[in-house]
Design a protein around this ligand. Sequence first.
Ligand SMILES: *Cc1c(COP(=O)(O)O)cnc(C)c1O
Length: 430
Amino acid sequence: MNNLQPTEELYKAMGIDKDVYEFGEAIIRDLEERFKSIDENAEYNQLKVIKAMQEAKVSEACLLGTTGYGYNDLGRDTLELVYANLFHCEDALVRPQITCGTHALALALMSNLRPGDELLSPVGKPYDTLEEVIGIRPSKGSLAEYGITYSQVDLLENGDFDYEGIKNAINERTKLVTIQRSKGYQTRKTLSVERIGELISFIKKIKPDVICMVDNCYGEFVQRIEPTDVGADMIVGSLIKNPGGGLAPIGGYIAGKKECVENAAYRLTSPGLGKEVGASLGVTSSFYQGLFLAPTVTASALKSAIFAANIYEKLGFFVAPNATEERFDIIQAITFNKEEGVIAFCKGIQAGAPVDSFVTPEPWDMPGYDSQVIMAAGAFVSGSSIELSADGPIKPPYNVYFQGGLTWQHGKYGILKTLQEMKNSGLIRL
Ligand SMILES: *Cc1c(COP(=O)(O)O)cnc(C)c1O
């Protein structure tokens, strides 16, 4: 008896046909080397996390929370030291009071910019939700309302930095430069940490005192170094993405230069109070445990993304990143060219989820979008996109954006479910 048999049986019982299963197995056989190098990366980053925790002397008492004002919250203060150690920087703010990634980015910007300053994005248009923070789309409380101007230099057609344009855009009012690591929902490529480093060096040569901030969402632990290792003054991210490891139920972080982090703390709580207040309630232990798991969870998400890219590229669909290229974030885009493909893919992800697998996702008119959007997520933490999730706007070219997977085994099953859905809808033939 070989022990694959029962697994195959169970897949069958869970709605995966034999030909779908075998299509997946053939792909996986060719990914062995790739997965090995991802595991080696995870090993390195796991050690990095443990080292940061040991150096901060994390103790059992750190896992308890505080209430009320939260003065002398040992767990919170130590965790912030862990983040500072991990990212090789001076200080960090890691709080459940930071509600999401957009909030963390808004906080970092609003606390470090003053009226009359200018913000520069040298990598093109920032993430959608930041348009309202900056005031590119008019919004209450935007930076624009406070007299902070914005300038943007797009990437060149071939994806390179427009060094000439960036040089011309930097002026005496340029105070902060925002660099988005992940492509988000754009077609450009995600930036490697090395490329971010080159950009920062160039900018600092022109204006040494400018603050270089990196939107680190979806990038943590994908590589062995982080933007703070190559000169970033501040990195910002969400705890319901990579660094929360799927366990953090809420939260965001800002890590970097002491002054930048302090500014953010005074803005988050109040001038005069800063980091001293902010009870951690009951979430501290999940922040620690989530960070501890984050390197292997990120590795699972990467394997899932690579598996999806290889499956759908083989079936003739355009995938970005492609099946073989190096990855710098956990997002996978697949172009289906028709609505039915986007819907079938999302249905598959939903049907493969541990939570809400019995519901059927439908396109809906989501506020803030110019087309209908379909989303699939059967997550333990609502909206968590380090868990297996997919979404797509119902408009040409009918892209699906897929990310996450707390375990590779779940990622694999979810993607096989999408393949099965596509097959059932007559959209592919294996
Ligand atoms: C997710 C994300 C954000 C915003 O985070 P939310 O938690 O959704 O508010 C910002 N930038 C990038 C690149 C992201 O991926």
